[in-house]
Write a new protein. Structure first.
Length: 265
């Protein structure tokens, strides 16, 4: 079975893309999926929590698989993840940033390098999750070009609401020029503060912006809870954390995964 490929995106940093990718991967592994996560962010945050062993700065990773100057394929750089059924295409050090610069000046076909790389392993997995960089650069465009669907990860905050339109314009451009089948599987709202006026106000703005583009805000919203980031930083699933609150929060990601996979099929 060919894997579904989902790109998790937002040009704004700090909205929780890597944490969301990690917890969605956990939900997929629990459901018996064979999962590959791709750390398409030069910061390498996903690698630090999802890889079973520490990845050295000079270890081959996604940068090598994307660069025309390196011999490695994506199969060469995959490392085991923290759970059985999870593999990781890692990023560490500064090399992916260099490859991003290489792609800026590369010629025809630069937008499809990640899609070509993943084609080698697409039959080995049920689900591929691409954690994109917090920018709308060539790395993110490669992620969008490789994906079947996009998951927008955002917050109910001023700058997140304002940036949603720009991100959706980029998705439209990728659909027009590189990936006509690309869809938006949904919008995940992270760190929501239901009890604050600001949280409710900007949630309304996000909802209006999403509905205006025919998009779905996934429900339930992900509340602002420290255990979500704590579990990820400890490389543990919420179901492994040992508290009733964490287990209930983990169920949110299970629900989101079911909706996302249905929209991407």
């Amino acid at each position: 079975m060919t894997a579904r490929i989902l790109a998790l995106c937002n040009q704004k940093g700090g909205v929780g893309k890597s944490t969301t990718t990690f917890h969605l991967a956990r939900a997929a592994v629990q459901a018996g999926r064979r999962v590959l996560v791709v750390d398409n962010d030069p910061q390498g945050n996903l690698t630090s929590i999802a890889a079973a062993e520490a990845v050295d700065e000079d270890q081959a990773g996604l940068a090598d698989a994307l660069s025309s100057r390196a011999p490695e394929t994506i199969r060469d750089v995959i490392v085991p993840g923290v759970w059985p059924g999870l593999d990781v295409v890692p990023t560490s050090g500064v090399t992916l940033g260099y490859v991003r610069d290489e792609l800026v000046i590369a010629g025809a076909g630069r937008e499809g390098r990640l899609r070509q790389a993943l084609a080698q392993v697409i039959e080995d997995y049920d689900l591929v999750l691409i954690d994109c960089a917090p920018s709308l650069d060539q790395l993110t465009i490669n992620g969008l070009t490789a994906a079947n669907a996009v998951v927008v990860v955002t917050e109910s905050k001023l700058f997140s609401a304002n940036g949603l339109s720009q991100l959706l314009d980029t998705i439209d451009n990728v659909r027009a020029y590189y990936n006509p089948q690309l869809t938006v599987a949904g919008v995940i709202v992270n760190k929501h503060e239901e009890q604050t006026v600001s949280g409710r106000t900007w949630l309304d703005e996000l909802r209006k912006a999403a509905e205006g583009r025919g998009l779905r805000l996934l429900s339930p919203l992900v509340p602002k809870r420290v255990v979500i980031s704590d579990a990820a930083e400890a490389a543990r699933g919420l179901d492994e954390w040992g508290s009733a609150e964490a287990t209930a929060l983990g169920a949110i990601y299970t629900d989101h995964l079911a909706v996302i996979e249905g929209a991407a099929s």
